[in-house]
Ligand binder design. Structure first.
Ligand code: FAD
Length: 231
């Protein structure tokens, strides 16, 4: 059920040069399905006009009373400017949850493909379902440099402790085990038996549409693709 409530900023962490993670408090009754997003009402500091901005929920619904968001600070972006100048205790009006990105229980092989803050809904899904040993999970994360690999330590640790999880970070601007873009490495991993597979894609519009086109060319059916574009 969609709820509207005021939410206080409890924590603000700098994850990389340009990405922050904020924790908002939430009423105990607030719940969501991993993969969904909320909208925050943000006031343009210059015009005073309000606008709703969507942010995927990073954390797990079992963690009641909080919403974690992972936000890219874009130079000159209006919402980004508000988040940059935000202080602990500031209040946002929050509405949600929304969105149809969610785990496909019927598939057994799950491919997660993302860049940047597109990791947020996938993080929520992976951490919720990873203990289901009858499912396998592969995370392809594309970034420019190692410093841009959000949650690198967490995903490396998950791969150590879970045989059903493979973490495949790919860098485009630094020497690394796998370089280039996600699309360069995908074909060799997906094979030809596509029946049991679901692909979850999240990030900038161009990344999502290029990746969808590549998967369609390989014969992946539309109902096996779950996607969210950040614009
Ligand atoms: C369903 C949905 C979920 C979203 N979830 C998140 C999220 O979890 N984290 C997040 O940071 N953003 C997310 N976004 C994007 C977010 O709503 C804003 O568009 C973003 O914060 C930019 O707002 P702005 O006013 O600062 O910049 P704007 O002036 O609106 O944008 C400037 C430019 O930045 C590009 N841009 C927008 N978002 C991103 C991004 N994440 N990474 C790189 N470039 C971007 C836009 O295409 C535009 O060209 C989501 C969008 C949608 C539709």
């Amino acid at each position: 059920m969609v709820e509207t409530f005021n939410s206080k900023v409890l924590e603000k962490k700098q994850l990389t040069d340009t990405v922050i993670c904020i924790t908002l408090d939430a009423p105990k009754y607030f719940t969501f399905i991993p993969g969904q997003f909320v909208q925050l009402t943000i006031t343009n500091p210059e015009s005073g006009n309000d606008k709703n901005y969507a942010y995927s929920i990073l954390n797990n619904p079992k963690e009641k009373g909080r919403i974690d968001l992972c936000i890219k600070l874009i130079p000159d972006g209006i919402a980004s400017r508000v988040f940059k100048n935000m202080h602990l205790g500031d209040i946002f009006s929050v509405r949600g949850p929304f969105g149809r990105m969610r785990f496909n229980e019927r598939a057994h092989e799950h491919y997660f493909l993302c860049t940047g803050t597109g990791i947020a809904p996938l993080y929520s899904i992976i951490t919720e379902y990873i203990d289901r040993s009858d499912h396998s999970f592969k995370l392809f994360f594309g970034a420019k440099t190692k410093d841009d690999l959000l949650f690198y330590d967490e995903f490396s640790a998950l791969a150590e402790t879970h045989d059903n999880f493979e973490y495949i970070p790919i860098l485009s601007r630094e020497e690394w085990d796998k370089t280039g873009h996600i699309q360069d490495h995908l074909a060799s991993h997906i094979g030809t038996d596509l029946a049991e597979k679901t692909f979850y894609i999240c990030g900038r519009q161009e990344f999502v549409s290029e990746t969808v086109a590549l998967l369609q060319k390989k014969g992946v059916a539309n109902e096996c693709i779950v996607k969210e574009s950040y614009g």
